[in-house]
Design a binder for this molecule. Sequence first.
Ligand code: SF4
Length: 244
Amino acid sequence: MGRRPRAEGEEGALAPTGVPAPGQDAPEPAADCALCPRLKAFRDENRIAYPDFFNAPVPSFGPEDARLLIVGLAPGLKGANRTGRPFTGDYAGDLLYGTLLELGFAEGQYEARADDGLRLVDCMITNAVRCVPPKNKPIGAEIKRCRAYLEARIAALPRLRIIMALGRIAHETTLTALGERRADHGFAHGARHALACGLVLVDSYHCSRYNTNTGRLTKPMFRAVLVAIRAELAGRDTGLVARR
Ligand code: SF4
């Protein structure tokens, strides 16, 4: 695939300067990862305020032989940060998991909790930033630090073919993680980017309640992107708009 590790100090490098390197064999952060002081402090506050919540970096969910990786932004305070599974327990999860079930990327029943027995099929879900950020807004330094885990996550998926980016931040950090030039691949809902590394990047607006409430993203729009991804995995024409 040509996915290369980068040198320290290079944009998107595995080891942000001055902090321990997670390493390519550690695609999931430790529960006490403290690389982002602001997020660690928020996590500590939440452990007091919500002692029953997961309150740790939320690990990726799905099989290691997945050909599709879905990259979201970050855990929601009372969604994934509460349940410990990406997109589980908030509105975005209702739309995402409902669509994945409908299209055969998941089996079982989604009940908005981590122990509902739901299984992903040929699909893994992760977040660009693994810890819940205040007001759902990670800052640039946090996105950059956690990119080490995204890069390691991608490198640890031997059959990976397609990455679906939910929103512009996921799109941009994925490009950097893969060593692609952001200027060559603008974000657009429904865009398909054939990357130099051999992977395909497909964009969607984030399936957040805000985006659906404002009409930016509808259920049919979201479903259509995953239908196209299903077609691409089956070797059929996707109908997506190709973007360089
Ligand atoms: S966001 Fe990522 S890098 Fe930052 S503390 Fe959490 S797991 Fe560590």
